[in-house]
Design a protein around this ligand. Structure first.
Ligand SMILES: [Zn+2]
Length: 429
């Protein structure tokens, strides 16, 4: 899913690429140096794989396209010893399912590597300008999967995949997950339960990695009031009307919950009047200035860093709703399609520390954590309560995800594949 930061620092990434090509890498052992070398040697193939997969259109609803992208990556993974299969979802869900590739060894930590095959938009083919690669899905997130594959190929070439236990899961519906989510993510949860750590290859924003991503849910506020002549508003018989009640509730959300770190509540659309109706994205309303509005409806989202924060916020929002103005009523409902949060944990921090160490030893510089407030929800949230997770291991230098003109910086592929390769080696040896 989209990152909310601009995330393009060409100078930094060009420096990284140069550094990775030339340094001695004193902190690395022999295998790690081989991994770094093979990752660099795989740069051409990585770029070709990016071009090939970007040129297969795979918006979530294009089930055949998502499958074709998955099959392209599956071929690459089979060539280095993985066994692949598709996890099918119920046909009425209209989603492509998930590609799973497994290496069934006996050594080291059991790793789950995550990516998604689908894109939001469609229609822009691969195009290279300097080190920038444009095209739908270039940075969100075919580039990230290419980094993962480039790293795994380098590990394979260095003999460091032998007898390892690594599972790759590439979901087909991250951008618009099939419903119910419990079914769409059942297989991911099952894989997480038999893994020791998960690494997700969404875009690396400004050289950071991600130890926390906020969860998100949607809500609908339905408000009712008495109608009648406008001159009677504020009075005992007609009360305040639905528009004042909706306004009171929304203003109180901001006043009482608006200063909590990582919590945001966004009313995105409001309608009110004598008549008002609202579907997912579009509303209608009518009324006259001399009539008290009997109906108001608002929809919005809520984002939170932990399930505890969500629970507490929901309770306080419901308490605000319940303090009705005279002769009004309101119901606040939450969707049952929440993306759960990836809450920062000591386990996640430990993975970041391992990545930071790998990066420093490769002389690619430190890897700080991205502010969790600056990243949207993602697939990793569905399993983050089960095991240590780290996200943002994918390509860098990207921009315009979920928008026309999407791009990534090809110069980041190799340093980030080296970083991921050494991290995976250290976690699984
Ligand atoms: Zn994404």
């Amino acid at each position: 899913m989209k990152s909310t930061s601009p995330g393009f620092q060409p100078a930094l990434w060009t420096l990284l690429a140069l550094a990775s090509a030339s340094t001695v890498n004193a902190g690395l052992d022999r295998t790690e140096r081989a991994v770094a070398r093979h990752a660099a040697a795989g740069a051409r193939a990585a770029e070709a794989l990016l071009e090939r997969t970007v040129n297969i259109e795979s918006p979530t609803e294009n089930v055949a396209g998502v499958r074709a992208v998955g099959d392209a990556f599956a071929g690459e993974l089979r060539a280095i010893g993985f066994r692949t299969h598709w996890v099918d979802l119920p046909p009425e869900m209209k989603r492509a399912g998930h590609l799973v590739a497994e290496l069934e060894g006996t050594r080291g930590k059991r790793l789950l590597l995550l990516g998604h095959l689908d894109t939001v938009l469609r229609g822009e083919p691969f195009r290279r300008e300097g080190t920038r690669a444009y095209g739908t899905g270039a940075t969100d997130m075919k580039g990230g999967i290419v980094v993962m594959v480039q790293a795994l190929k380098a590990l394979h070439a260095a003999g460091a995949l032998k007898d390892r236990r690594i599972t790759v899961m590439l979901t087909g519906d991250e951008e618009d997950a099939g419903l119910p989510l419990s079914v769409a993510r059942e297989s991911m949860v099952a894989l997480a339960r038999r893994s020791d750590a998960a690494l997700s290859f969404e875009e690396a924003v400004n050289g950071t990695a991600t130890v926390g991503r906020r969860g998100i849910n949607g809500w609908t506020l339905e408000v009712t009031g008495e109608t009648g002549h406008s001159s009677a508003i504020f009075g005992p018989e007609r009360g305040s009307g639905a528009v004042y009640e909706a306004s009171r509730i929304l203003a109180a959300f901001q006043a009482e919950l608006g200063n909590e770190k990582y919590l945001t509540i966004n009313p995105s659309i409001v309608v009110g009047g004598t008549k008002a109706a609202l579907d997912d994205y579009r509303g209608t309303a009518e009324g006259k200035t001399n009539v008290i509005a009997p109906v108001a409806i608002a929809r919005g989202d809520i984002r939170y860093i932990s399930l505890d924060q969500e629970k507490s916020a929901v309770e306080r929002m419901q308490a605000i709703v319940a303090r009705h103005l005279p002769r009004t009523g309101a119901i606040l409902r939450f969707d049952d399609a929440a993306y759960p949060p990836m809450t920062p944990t000591p386990g996640n921090e430990a993975l970041l520390k391992a990545l930071d160490g790998a990066s420093r030893d490769l002389e690619l510089g430190p890897v700080p954590a991205l502010d969790p407030g600056r990243r949207g929800a993602g697939d990793v949230g569905f399993i983050a309560h089960l095991l240590p997770c780290l996200d943002g291991l994918g390509n860098g230098g990207g921009g315009n995800s979920h928008a026309p003109g999407e791009f990534m910086d090809l110069a980041t592929l190799t340093p980030l594949a080296q970083r991921a390769g050494v991290l995976i080696y250290r976690l699984t040896r």
